[in-house]
Write a protein of this length. Structure first.
Ligand code: SAM
Length: 241
């Protein structure tokens, strides 16, 4: 997959994009990211991309001209790609949305700054995505979150595919409780079933615990799960125990 990021501060991405799992995915070419400064498209000697709001008010607004030209240039080069505006006014980023988009060969992310986009830029967007109901100073952190979460879904980024498939939200519910050594710590012991070596029992226990955790912590999510007969059975067994 190729992701183009239109931003005013490409330097903000350096650390996050060069370390750990994401850094490796980029080095291995599983994912290619192009950072494009739309300052290059700014007006005049000073490459101006923002101006005061019509009607008055605080802060500066991203002018329609420079960003629209940058988006159109990108649209007209390379593989077809949806243009995604990052904004608190968009649809919420979810694992489901990421999974749907993970099959796309190319995605363009547009990072806003200041007081945001002149409304006329919005017609260039095929989709607007928000990280959640809060306001960041710019779209760069949202773009980093999108790229990191997307990279995990691309084959080869995470060594063991099963580790991604058991993550929270992948199939709907939250991840099951996890334990590691020592089996006794500060008077707390790990569940007996995990030490017994019965893989089918462990798998059923984990499924049930994941569902239970979801019901307690995220009843909204639990209500939307489409539970099959087997899952209901595991849950019943776990509640009875
Ligand atoms: N005045 C705008 C509003 O209330 O909708 C917010 C502007 S914000 C200070 C500047 C930029 O940060 C936005 O244009 C957007 O690109 C980015 N941003 C802020 N919050 C975001 C969020 N929750 N999700 C994605 N991007 C966000």
């Amino acid at each position: 997959m190729e992701i183009d990021i239109l931003t005013l501060i490409p330097g903000a991405f350096q650390g996050v994009f060069s370390e750990s799992i994401l850094g490796n995915a980029l080095k291995q070419g599983i994912l290619k990211v192009n950072l494009i400064s739309f300052r290059e498209y700014g007006e005049g000697k000073h490459r101006v991309v923002d101006d005061a709001a019509f009607g008055g008010g605080p802060g500066m607004i991203l002018k329609p001209g420079p960003l629209t030209t940058a988006i159109r240039d990108i649209r007209n080069t390379g593989k077809a790609a949806p243009i995604v505006g990052l904004t608190p006014q968009g649809v919420k980023l979810t694992q489901n949305l990421l999974r749907e988009m993970s099959h796309m060969p190319r995605i363009v992310l547009v990072c806003g700054r200041y007081e945001g986009f002149d409304e006329r830029i919005r017609r260039e967007f095929d989709l607007e995505i928000s990280l959640g109901d809060y306001v960041l100073s710019g779209g760069e952190i949202a773009a980093m979150v999108f790229v990191d979460a997307m990279a995990r879904l691309l084959p080869g980024t995470v060594g063991d595919k099963a580790s991604v498939e058991q993550d929270s939200f992948y199939d709907g519910p939250l991840d099951h409780p996890q334990y590691t050594r020592p089996s006794e710590w500060e008077g707390l012991s790990t569940p007996q079933v995990l030490a017994e070596g019965n893989h089918s029992k462990i798998s059923n226990w984990r499924k049930a615990q994941g569902l239970l955790k979801t019901a307690v912590r995220r009843p909204d999510l639990f209500c939307r799960l489409n539970l099959g007969g087997k899952e209901k059975e595991h849950l019943r067994d776990c509640l009875v125990e």
